[in-house]
Design a protein around this ligand. Sequence first.
Ligand SMILES: *Cc1c(COP(=O)(O)O)cnc(C)c1O
Length: 600
Amino acid sequence: MEKSLLLGCPVCGTKLDIENMKTRLEIVCDTFWSKKFYFCSKNCKQHFFEDPKIAYFSMEIGIANDIPTYSGGLGILAGDIVKASADLKLDMVALTLVSRKGYFKQKISSNGDQQEQPHNWDPSEFLFKIPKTATVTIENQPVEIQAWLYEHRSPTGGLIPIFFLDTDLESNTPEDRRITDYLYGGDKKYRLKQEIVLGIGGTRILEALALKISKYHMNEGQSALLTLELLKKNNLNSEKVQNQCVFTTHTPIEAAFDQFSYDLFQELLGNQYMLSTVKQYASQENLNMTYLALNLSKYVNGVSKAHMSYSKKIFPGHHIRSVTNGVHSFSWTCRFFRQLYDKYIPSWANEPVLLVRASEIPNLEIWNAHLKAKNSLFNFIKTKSTVALDPNILTIGFARRATGYKRSTFIFSNLNNLMEINKKGKIQMIFAGKAHPRDIEGKHLIKEIYRYAKELEEQIKIVYLENYDMSIASKLTSGVDVWLNTPIPPMEASGTSGMKAAHNGVVNFSILDGWWIEGCIEGVTGWGIGPHPSELVTVEERRKRELTDLYSKLKYLIVPTYYKNRDRWITLMKNSISKIAYYFQTQGVVKRYITEAYLL
Ligand SMILES: *Cc1c(COP(=O)(O)O)cnc(C)c1O
């Protein structure tokens, strides 16, 4: 036990002097799941273990860079929600898979070919194995599931247990031991097994741990099988199940919904759940996880206002709300800006709405903090790349999963225009992102960027950083000058990396899609690209206007402001903090979940 550290009581936050076992009264220590927990009073102890909790289910959770159980925005969001919930001392537990081989480690050859390596990690190094298991039946065989505990603790004292589910037990067949190895790996059968472990196994683990649950929150549809388990427990009373379930959908188009054939469903689960009942909620043709979650949740939300409107069209008759995503402010603010906020906006970390006051920070200090972040990124790049970047040059960052709709090569649509811009004021670019191992188009995009980097090498320096992860994401979203995003609307349900950028005074330049429709005040918080979604335009017309905006705003607004009007640029940076970051943060998101969904 860390002796000198004053832990907070996870329920009320009272500082606990564990060395002397004292607060005002005596500290209460108790052992649960073979692990010691400390509280300031019996009352708080009782509250922690006996009061009903929110169970937050997510196929991926990105809680720390060393725990590679995430692939992108969905997992990072889940981690940020856990962090904000801990800040707010919410009664929550989270569940995910242990993904012993992670998503994957990305290597890229010199001509841009992605190679994937397993990202092996040892749960015992970071997590505590709980001596309790649960069992699910797959293909008529029992599969035993164990849970690893990660205690996420906020400086406020708040503590959220995350349970990482794991089938790698000697009691299981060699094949079943591998179910929780690869995040989003394998074929349909492998994926459905994973979802059985997460949804059904997760619910049973909670029961095995004797935790009372008030709400089951499904972050995306992969955990939706939990609803079948709840239906069974509630004698098929769907209303009772709906009252316990909350569903956050992240997918804007139907083709991308997670689906399985009923043949596969029956092959794996036999007659454990009545097929006619399942079909009633998960659609007749296919086991559609989105529909299953949607039909059995009283509260359903999309992740931005635009995403809510699209979802309403896909699911007529359903009441869909919108809670726009956010990021965990403290986690995504680099140390230089943390220092600045500590000085001018004390207590911002636990009350990020206070960032609204960023306009009071002196320009010079904003600029100096930014330069430090930029230099720190550039020093990192020196260790990774032979391309020499110059910190005095306007730097554009683009990093996200490499997949078709994110259009990472959009800026290379017209190289002549790009050179023209570069003549007005020099630019350079940094890219990063992994393509899913089976996403041929995504891999091709990476190769294309490598090709453009070579082609433009004499004029415009372009770096592609390998193995995009949380750590690289923080460096990039704080160290570049402009954060670019060019998805095909309406595919970006929300997007969050631009919110990270805003927390560090990095200015957004993006297609008007997802969160940016709400975040963009043209010329004030950054710039939009392309028509507003309310304008009805053809696909060709849209693309034409997107390209016009992309190149003309770079040439006539962004480059000249950056080089010739530094004060105006710093105002844009401050506006990014005071008009974007203050609002697009997960404490706000969690507060809305509490009042609108959890207390429902
Ligand atoms: C924030 C983050 C994302 C999400 O970025 P988007 O631009 O919203 O897609 C993906 N991957 C990592 C590692 C991140 O940190």
